[in-house]
Design a protein. Sequence first.
Length: 358
Amino acid sequence: MTFFRTSILFFALLILACTTNHEKYTFEYAEPEDHGFSQSGLDSLSAFLEEKGSSSMILMVDEKIIFEWGNTEQVHTIHSIRKSMLNSIFGIAVHDGLIDTNATLSELGIDDIHGLTDGEKSARVADLLKSRSGVYHSAAAVSEGMLRGKPERNSKEPGSHYYYNNWDFNVLGHILEEKTGESIFELYNEQIAKPLGMHHFDVRYETFDADTIQNESDFELPLTNGFYQYERSKSKYPAYHFRMSAKDMALYGQLYLNKGKWNGSQIISKSWIEESTKPHSIYNERFGLAYGMLWSVLAPTENRSGGSFYHTGTGVHMLGVYPSSNMVLVHRVDTEKEYTFTGNDLLTMINLVFEAKL
């Protein structure tokens, strides 16, 4: 009996080890000058990050780290960059035939607490991916800035108008989980984090309801790498939040720079990435700012060929992919406490990066 129990314990621990451990990616480092960057220019960038209160930053060029600043292993909430994290696992489900992007909300049985009209239910999954659903129902994790630009309910036809809409993004997460039978964080861990050899992401996640928080100053975010934020007075569908390190985000950016290929395996369809990073909605023609599918895109302008894509989080976090420079950029701020870094500082940071190019 003792041997039997010991055997069960051994195999249980073995299974646990297999589900939690994986080979971690080994980062390579290189001198900036060998990859087209000035050390003095990057020194100016370092001084700026220190002055403005960044948490960490990485520049990977030609798959090598040429610039690393701060604690790149510390995990923080990534805020809206969660949408780009969803892009990969959603694309895998589409490629596997689990999700039809032409399916309508009506066909998928999607409704919400305030009820959707027949017109709203005619929105397709593809419309939600492009943030063009025309469904302006209340949603979880919506900022004041989002509310200022929010159209009236039923004022736009599905697919006709771009509005950065957390309802769309949250419902996409629900659709993915319904069609796969797994949580977003389980899917991400198995399909992305483990194959890439991420250092700090694991499958643990929690749930909280923001409606039940009495005093925001006393509330602490879950310390897990994933958490669902419900606001059940507004919507049935939670926001799904990620906490990640700069290093793990850099690996994710490199996967997209590789057009979805990793160690010889096509993890994400190349065509999915190309469709996701096309400018489906140009919302600022002067600067060529556009939205693709769960990624922001730099559209071609008179002074720029286009092709780069990125996502920001609360205006200060950034994951940028620059194919013409073969570069991945990650910038982090510890927004889980008081911080001083601003959106204007982010623009200055980007300028300093490109000023450092030889």
